[in-house]
Every structure is written in structure tokens, then in C-alpha cells.
Design a protein around this ligand. Structure first.
Ligand SMILES: Cc1ncc(COP(=O)(O)O)c(C=O)c1O
Length: 1004
């Protein structure tokens, strides 16, 4: 796409340069990103028997509805919003930087930004429908294979939230799999932020930690004391976690650590950086000690994107899966892609091992993670292919060259010296200084450099003043010159001779990683083909209920990529990152207003993590009142699997009490009252999805909340369905104590093939003091500063969550303004109610007795008993009928609705506000045509889908004969669409129907 310079009408704003012409994308420029015209909206209102958008909420208690406008600004026209975003981004002061530390940054191949523009890859949902998601599945397969090359691990999952989350999940997995009792031994040379994340998660659970001390003379683990600890308590240690490169940037003795764990049969978890494992780098973890470690966890964000003020991250997790070691895999968290065959024996890929996941096993799931960081895995894989063996080797060599040069310069000065110069390091450089590190860092900043990070406090009892510098392929010759000038200016020349130990070979890789390499053109062409195998909500209704697949504005992605946002390092001095802090501050304040609640944390990166934040806040609140014994969490049976899995993760596995639904699909008040009476004394709280997963507003919500509060409990609202009520219902008035706001649903963040998501949590007054992470305040001089709430429960993300997504949401809200938020929700509800009104004459609906209850943003269709019988006679058993009907949607160019959740025999449809009436009408015609096929030609259902690149996938065999990685010598060969999705969308519905029939030698 070429760059478009567009001039603003406002004389105060400079022209912006967009890489696309917004006028070419009608959804992009429509008001509030609502494509339907006023005439469309009037006609839809008429069809549902209403006259105004506000009538859509007339069945809800009026006192709970916002009566005043939200405290958001007026909406901005497109180009003014763009100019505003650019202005804020320019408030970041980007200096030559030697800060890496928690979040290293490396050059990302330009191919990544081209692939990020392939919307069917970046905006599609988790590949639950493999026949229409081969694009995403192949990108994840590539990720698994290349990360397997680098790490030597056979089973790499396609992402967890970030490094801390990956370590946590590895620990849970090790404990579950090996069933060893006792605390986990953590190296105290891990990052403090990771340790603090683990401690936050362990609160209130049976997970305990002991810290293995750091030796103040070497800067790395005190191996003698560690060995003594293991000798004394090996029988009661459930896992050992250690870093390859520690928080001071020094190399740990990984062979010794791995062998120690093996000697005592303790599962070992190594924390690694995959970039450093390339050829010319460090030893891969499968080769640590005699047999390698059992699990790996690490951060891979820098393989995909720049620092982006801390997020999205890319949590790397791996376990062994070979002839000697297989058993851990079935206990691992997260998603894996496996090789498969379709019913015609075509090669393809499919998600495997999902029987461990929350949507199936609820509180017994291996983890509560649902949305992950999928798109980062997609682009990390592409980056590694594009850089290839030589590119990565070259990057490492450049980093090491720069480091060597700077180390030599430092050895020539006085007042600064290499710290622990007898301990090997790799691409980090640890120096000790005589003056106060804060003064020195300020001095460097005044000369235009971000010199490094003060790490003096990382060795307990240490009196050295330590600064850590990090090197990568990003630092230019000019950056090094600026650094040299600073050193020469600041420190006098030294006459003494100094030396530094080099890393011994046993800590280094001794064989090439053998990554494949492909040309830029070959890769672009390949990824474009992959994109053609998926579909995007850009092109038409993507009716996945509960997932809110709405249009994702291009403006948001452009904004997130602005250098002032994407290049900002979360550990840079706050004075230099005022742009990102301003965005976070505004988001914090706007979400208080949108929810009506008192406080907000921007840390959680997905709905499931938001749920965990909520329950941990409840736990802390009860503890603060001396009521830590409260251990019962009420959850409606129809809730999403993450609610149960989260409660278990938070320490309530044995305290989950299911609530029944009444015949209208709402919480059954009698059942609720009985349960609350039974558990009053020990009630921790309740989790309620509202509107619920049947698309119905829980009209007794306030009453339920009052009773929970009276019993001393707290109320969590699963906000997955906020798209129906955002800016309309004041959550403080219905008694919510905590709610997550999925940015990847309501707030237009692309789903990325399964993530990254983001989920700002808003809380009531009761919980404000306990919020995790840092809050932002605006000072009198207009600057922004962060602070930690006094009773904070700790941290759920090393920084601010998925900051890039905060920029996207901010950009969206600039365009929506105070009127746009409730209008967006209203049109989403109208679209659903309109479709429901059209379709309910063709399909039975669920809940079976809720026919007259107005639907909110989504609704559930099902089949009649006669239909199930017909299908059964045509060879489709009842258990398979709904999933198979879902596949017929693919034939009409749509994604399938959500099948079999929350009702086993349900098709849950959520149209969102993004589509015009003609588009919704076409979708409705397709759904009606599908019904006709079921009734009159049931034989076609069993063989669906017909036009996708592959036929139905044999998931059973793929799970039985797991193949999770292989050495890539060529790009996997791809199937071709039998009819392109865009061509399907251009065909008349009857035409598609008759083509399906023709395939079966039938005619209409
Ligand atoms: C109702 C509901 N709750 C929770 C979740 C979990 O959210 P996330 O995938 O963002 O973790 C989902 C995901 O689809 C959901 O639909």
C-alpha cells in the first residue's frame, strides 16, 4: 500500500501520512465504525417493532441505565483522530538505548509488517474450524517447528501470555505431571518481576516457593548452598526453576543445575531467551547437562515485534515429546497444532490436545488460558524464516561485536568497571560504578542516551552499584559513538590493565541450529496464500457468538505501530515515555466512566486473566477483613469454561458451586437462594456473565448482587458480552465489584487467530486499594507518573499488559466519543434482535422457553427433533449434527457460529454492529438456506464443508498420532480453496445451494 498524506480540516493539526487511503475502506470511515445507514437502522427497528435505539433496553430496569453522558470527549473525525494519535506518540523521547533487561529488543524483519497487513490472518478467530483456518494453523505449525529448531524441544505450544505466565504454567504443569509434593525452588537470580508474578498467583493456593540464593561474589546462584538445600530437602521440592541468563545478565551453570535436578528426580524448568539460542549463541536447553531440562519457559516477544511499552508479550513454553519423554505433554497448558489428514487424505493441520482445555474440562483443565498471543506466534515464525540461519547468526554476531567494543572502552576508563568480570556473560554487560547509579543514568540521559538499568538491588546484601547494559542488532555505529563520547566525557582514562572472562564453550551452542531460509518474495507469496485460506470479519458477518467478531479499524493498527508507541521501552525513564503513559491514563479514566466503577487496572491480557485478577482481589479483600476462610465461588452452569478454570487456578478448586438456570436461561433464583443459604458463611463471591451466554440480560442481577453482598461476598461480572451494554448499563448500580473488558471483543482489537487479547479490569470502591500493577496519575503540571497502590495484590504482567492494544482501544474510543459507545452497543443489540426476528420462524431457539425474552447481542438457534432424526437417518449422529451444520456455514462463505456452547445443541450467533442491513439479510438468507438443506437434503450435511480447501479433518487420528514439529526443509505444501471465500460472498445464496446439491447429484 502506498502512503497517503491527508490534510486535516483543523488548522492546528499537521497532515498525517497513512499507509492506506481510508476512503477505499467503507467500514473504516463510517461513523462509529457502524456500516448500517440510518435507513437500515430504521428498517431494522421497524422489523423488531421498536422506534428508537434506546427502546432496545426498555425491558431493563431504568434505574440501572446511565442517565448522564459518559465522561469521554466528543468523537473526533478520522483525520483529527489520526493527528491526535500522532501527536501523543511524539511525546515519547526515543534515545539510543542500551536498555534490554526485562524486555530485549532485536531487529524484526520487514516481512513482519507486510504479513501483519494480511487481514484474514490478523483478524480471524482461534482456528476451531480447521477447514477454514488452514492459514492460521500453518503459521502456528511453522512457529512450533522453528522454535523447536532453536530450543531442541519437540513440543512448543503456540503461545502463553508472556515469560512470567509461561514460568507459572510450567510450574503448574510440572507439579501436576510429576505429582511431587513440596515447594518449588526458584533461583533468586530470576527477574524479580517474574518472581513477584509467581508470588501473586500463589497467594491462597497450595503453591509455595523457596528461593535459592545468589552468591554476592560471583553474581550468580550460590551453587554450594543450592546443592545443600537439595541434599537436605530434595524429597520435598516439587520443581527447580532457573534462568540461563540471569537478571544481572550473567550466565548460570546450566549443566550443573540440570544435572542436580535430575539427580534428585526433580522436574527442571529453564528460563531461556530463544533469540540467544541461534547459531553462534548459547547452548540449547535440550542439551543442558546429561539429558536436558524437562520444561522451558521464556519471552519471545522480540522475535515478533518491538518493545511496545511491554506488550503484547509472547510467552514461550515447551516440553519434551520423544521416545524417552512423553508423559508431560498431556498435562501441558495452551494450544498445539498437529499434522492431520482430511477425509480425502489431504495433508493438513488441526488444533490438538484440546481435551486438556478449559472449554472441555472446566475446573479440571490444565490451565485457564483461552485467548493467547497467537498472532505474535504467527509473525515470530515468519520473522525467523525470513531472517533464517544466517540472518540470526549475523544478528547475534553484531550484538556481541558491539558488546565487546563497549566492554573494551569501559576497561579503559576509571570510575566504571566490569562487575563480576570472572563470571561469564553473553550479550549483557554488567558494570559497577562509583557514583549513585541514578545520577549517572540521568547524566547519560542528559547527553542523549538511555545507558542501562540500575540493578544494584538484585543481589540481596550487595553493596556494589550496578548498571546493566544490553546489546542487540539494533544499536547502530552512531549509537555506539554517542555512548563512547559519553564514557570519555564522564569517566577519566584509566592506566590499569583489566580483563574479562569469555563464556566457556560448555555454555555455548556447539552445532548449528539449522534454521531454513527463504527469499522475501517466496515468503510473501506463501503468506498471501495462507491468508486466502482464512476469512476475515472485514468481508462479512463472522457470527461467532460470545466472541464479538467486529470490524477492526485500520487506524488502530497504524496508531499502535507509531514509533513513539511501538519503540517505547517500559523501563525507560517516565519523563521519556509520556506518550504511552498518557494513553494509559486516558484509558484508565475512560474505562472508569464506561463501567461506572471506581478503579481500573490495565494489566490483564485476556478475559481469563481478568477473571483471575478479580478472584485474587476478592481473596485479598476477604483476607484484609480477617475472613480468608471464605472459599466458595458460585458460578452458573452455563458459564464459559474459563470461569471454572480460573476459580481453580485462584485456589478455589474445591469451593466451586454450580448454579442452575431457570427455563428462561437466567440464573434460577430459587436455586441461587438455596445455595447462598447453604454457603453464606464461607461465600467468597459469585461470577456472572451478563448478558449471559444465551444473549439474555440477567434481570435479577442486582437482586443477586445484593444478596451476595449481604452474605459478605463479592460480585465478578464476566464482561465478555459488554458489547451489548457498554455505556448503557451503569455497572456500579447493578452491584458489580469487578469486571473485565475484553479489548479483543468489544473494543475492536483484532483476534489474531486466537490472540493477543487484552482485558482491562474495572473494580468497585471496595477493591481499589488492592489493584495489581501500577496506576497512573496526572500531575498538576500535566505530566503523567505511575505509582503502586498501597495494598496492591502484586502483579499480573511485568508492565502494563498488552500496551499495543491499549493504543488500539484508545484510537477506537477517540472515534467513538461519548455518544459512540452506547450507540455501538445499541446497534449490536439491534443487529442481533433483527436477525433473531427473521430466523426464529425458521429454527427453534434456545433456551427453549425464552422465546419472548428480548435478546441482547446474540442468540441461539437449534434444530427440531424431526431434523435431528432426519440427519441421523442421513448418517449424521445427533452428537455430530450441530458441529456439521456449523460446517455448512463455511460453504456459504461465512465462519460457523459458536457450536455446542453454552447449549450442546446450540448454534450461537452474534452479528455485532459492523454490518449493513443488506449484509445481515444475505447472512439470514444463507441461514435459512441451510435449514432448507437440513430438512430436504439432509444427505449434504454429513459431507460439509464442500468448498473449503480441505474436507472434514480427522481430529481423532491427529490426536492419537501426535506430530507437533519437524525439521522444515521446505514450506509446507498448501491446499487450495475449491471456491475462494470472496467468490462465495459474491454468489447468490441460491446459487451456492444449488452448487452444493450438484455435488450430490441433486437439484433444487
Ligand atoms: C463468556 C466468556 N468468558 C470468558 C472468555 C475467556 O476470555 P479470553 O479468551 O479473553 O481469555 C470467553 C472467551 O471467548 C468468553 O466467551
Amino acid at each position: 500500500m502506498s502512503t497517503h498524506s491527508l490534510t486535516n480540516k483543523s488548522p492546528n493539526l499537521s497532515p498525517v501520512h497513512l499507509p492506506y487511503d481510508p476512503e477505499e475502506y467503507p467500514r473504516e470511515t463510517s461513523r462509529h465504525y457502524i456500516s448500517a445507514s440510518d435507513e437500515d437502522l430504521s428498517a431494522m427497528l421497524q422489523k423488531v417493532g421498536l422506534s428508537r435505539l434506546s427502546d432496545l433496553y426498555s425491558h431493563l430496569p431504568p434505574k440501572k441505565i446511565f442517565t448522564e453522558a459518559l465522561s469521554l470527549p466528543e468523537e473526533l473525525p478520522y483525520l483529527e483522530a489520526a493527528a491526535e494519535l500522532e501527536n501523543i506518540s511524539k511525546k515519547t523521547n526515543l534515545l539510543p538505548s542500551f536498555i534490554g533487561d526485562l524486555l530485549p529488543a532485536w531487529q524484526v524483519h520487514p516481512i513482519v509488517s507486510e504479513i501483519s497487513k494480511l487481514r484474514p490472518l490478523s483478524t480471524s478467530y482461534t482456528p476451531y474450524q480447521p477447514e477454514r483456518s488452514q492459514g492460521t494453523l500453518v503459521t502456528h505449525w511453522i512457529y512450533q517447528c522453528v522454535l523447536s529448531n532453536l530450543t531442541g524441544f519437540e513440543a512448543i505450544n503456540t503461545s502463553l501470555y508472556d515469560r512470567s505466565a509461561a514460568i507459572f504454567e510450567a510450574i503448574c504443569c510440572a507439579r501436576r505431571s510429576r505429582k511431587r509434593p513440596g515447594p518449588v525452588l526458584l533461583a533468586n537470580s530470576l527477574f524479580e518481576e517474574d518472581i513477584s508474578f509467581l508470588q501473586t498467583h500463589a497467594q491462597g493456593t497450595d503453591l509455595e516457593f523457596e528461593l535459592a540464593p545468589v552468591d554476592a561474589t560471583s553474581g550468580r546462584l550460590d551453587y554450594a548452598r543450592l546443592e545443600k538445600m537439595l541434599n537436605e530437602q530434595h524429597g520435598s521440592i516439587s520443581a527447580l526453576v532457573f534462568p540461563q541468563v540471569n537478571a544481572l545478565g550473567l550466565l548460570e551453570e546450566v549443566d550443573q543445575l540440570s544435572d542436580l535436578a535430575m539427580k534428585w528426580n526433580i522436574p527442571s524448568i529453564a528460563v531461556i531467551d530463544p533469540m540467544l539460542l541461534a547459531t553462534g549463541g548459547l547452548k540449547p536447553p535440550n542439551r543442558f547437562g546429561q539429558h536436558g531440562v524437562d520444561f522451558i519457559a521464556g519471552e519471545a516477544q522480540h522475535l515478533a515485534i518491538p518493545p511496545s511499552f511491554g506488550g503484547p508479550g509472547l510467552g514461550l513454553f515447551g516440553s519434551r515429546f520423544n521416545d524417552q519423554s512423553k508423559k508431560d505433554l498431556r498435562n501441558t497448558p495452551g494450544r498445539y497444532i498437529g499434522k492431520a489428514k482430511d477425509s480425502q487424505n489431504r495433508d493438513c493441520f488441526v488444533m490438538v490436545l484440546s481435551t486438556r482445555e478449559q472449554h472441555i474440562r472446566k475446573e479440571k483443565a490444565t490451565s485457564n488460558v483461552c485467548s493467547n498471543q497467537a498472532f505474535l506466534a504467527t509473525i515470530a515464525g515468519a520473522n525467523l524464516l525470513a531472517k533464517g540461519e544466517n540472518g540470526l547468526k549475523h544478528s547475534l554476531a553484531q550484538a556481541m561485536g558491539s558488546r565487546k567494543q563497549v566492554a573494551e572502552w569501559i576497561m579503559q576508563r576509571d570510575g566504571i568497571q566490569l562487575a563480576f568480570s570472572d563470571t561469564p556473560a553473553f550479550n549483557d554487560l554488567l558494570v559497577s560504578v562509583e557514583e549513585d547509579p541514578a545520577q549517572l543514568l540521568k547524566g547519560a540521559r542528559d547527553r542523549g542516551i538511555h545507558f542501562g538499568i540500575d540493578v544494584s538491588s538484585r543481589i540481596p546484601g550487595n553493596d556494589k552499584k550496578l548498571i546493566k547494559l544490553s546489546f542487540s542488532d539494533l544499536q547502530s555505529e552512531r549509537d555506539l559513538t554517542v555512548l563512547k563520547e559519553f564514557l570519555w566525557d564522564y569517566f577519566p582514562a584509566s592506566s590499569s590493565k583489566k580483563r574479562e572472562v569469555v563464556p566457556p564453550t560448555h555454555l555455548l551452542r556447539n552445532k548449528p541450529a539449522n534454521l531454513p531460509s527463504f527469499s522475501h518474495d517466496e515468503l510473501i507469496n506463501y503468506y498471501e496464500q495462507l491468508a486466502n485460506l482464512n476469512i476475515s470479519p472485514d468481508d462479512g458477518c463472522y457470527p461467532l457468538g460470545s466472541c464479538t467478531m467486529k470490524y477492526n479499524p485500520l487506524l488502530n493498527d497504524w496508531a499502535a505501530g507509531l514509533a513513539g508507541f511501538s519503540q517505547a521501552h517500559p523501563q525507560a525513564p517516565e519523563e521519556d515515555v509520556q506518550g504511552p503513559l498518557e494513553v494509559l491514563y486516558q484509558i484508565q479514566e475512560w474505562f472508569k466512566s464506561i463501567t461506572g466503577l471506581a478503579g481500573v487496572t490495565t494489566q490483564p491480557v485476556a478475559g481469563a486473566q481478568g477473571e483471575l485478577v478479580g478472584l485474587k482481589l476478592f481473596q485479598a479483600y476477604h483476607l484484609s477483613k480477617g475472613e480468608g476462610y471464605r472459599n466458595i465461588v458460585l458460578i452458573p452452569k452455563s458459564a464459559h469454561g474459563t470461569n471454572f478454570a480460573t476459580a481453580a487456578t485462584a485456589g478455589y478448586a474445591s469451593g466451586i458451586v454450580y448454579l442452575q438456570a431457570n427455563e428462561n436461561g437466567m440464573i434460577d433464583l430459587n436455586d441461587f437462594r438455596q445455595k447462598i443459604d447453604q454457603h453464606r458463611k464461607n461465600l467468597c463471591g459469585i461470577m456472572i456473565t451478563n448478558p449471559n451466554t444465551s444473549g439474555i440480560f440477567e434481570s435479577d442481577f442486582s437482586e443477586i448482587a445484593d444478596e451476595v453482598h449481604k452474605a459478605g461476598g463479592l460480585v465478578y461480572m464476566d464482561g465478555a458480552n459488554m458489547n451489548a451494554i457498554a455505556g448503557v448499563i451503569n455497572l456500579s448500580k447493578i452491584g458489580v465489584d469487578a469486571v473485565h473488558n475484553n479489548l479483543h471483543k468489544t473494543w475492536t482489537i483484532p483476534h489474531g487467530g486466537g490472540g493477543p487479547g487484552d482485558a482491562i479490569v474495572a473494580v468497585s470502591e471496595r477493591l481499589v486499594d488492592f489493584l495489581p500493577g501500577r496506576q497512573i496519575r496526572k500531575e498538576e503540571d500535566g505530566s503523567f507518573r505511575s505509582y503502586l497502590p498501597e495494598k496492591s495484590i502484586g502483579t499480573f504482567h511485568r508492565n502494563w499488559g498488552n500496551f499495543g492494544h491499549k493504543v488500539r482501544a484508545y484510537s477506537y474510543l477517540l472515534r467513538l466519543g461519548k455518544e459512540g459507545v452506547p450507540r455501538m452497543s445499541s446497534v449490536a443489540v439491534l443487529s442481533a434482535r433483527y436477525l433473531f426476528e427473521v430466523l426464529r420462524y425458521h429454527y427453534p431457539t434456545l433456551p427453549a422457553h425464552a422465546g419472548k425474552i428480548p435478546r441482547m447481542h446474540e442468540f441461539i438457534l437449534t434444530l427440531s427433533e424431526q431434523d435431528f432424526v432426519k440427519l441421523e437417518k442421513a448418517g449424521v449422529p445427533k452428537s455430530q449434527a450441530i458441529p456439521q451444520v456449523g460446517k455448512l456455514f463455511l460453504d456459504f462463505g461465512f465462519h460457523a457460529p459458536t457450536v455446542a456452547f453454552p447449549e450442546v445443541f446450540g448454534l450461537m450467533i452474534e452479528p455485532t454492529e459492523s454490518y449493513t442491513k443488506p449484509e445481515l439479510d444475505r447472512f439470514a438468507r444463507a441461514v435459512i438456506a441451510i435449514k432448507d438443506l437440513i430438512e430436504n437434503y439432509p444427505i449434504v450435511v454429513g459431507s460439509a464443508p464442500h468448498f473449503t480447501p480441505i474436507d472434514r479433518v480427522d481430529e481423532v487420528t491427529a490426536n492419537r498420532n501426535l506430530c507437533l514439529s519437524e525439521t522444515l526443509t521446505h514450506l509446507p505444501s498448501l491446499p487450495v480453496n475449491r471456491i475462494q471465500p470472496k467468490a462465495l460472498l459474491a454468489l447468490e445464496i441460491d446459487e451456492i445451494k444449488s452448487r452444493i446439491l450438484q455435488l450430490h447429484d441433486l437439484s433444487i
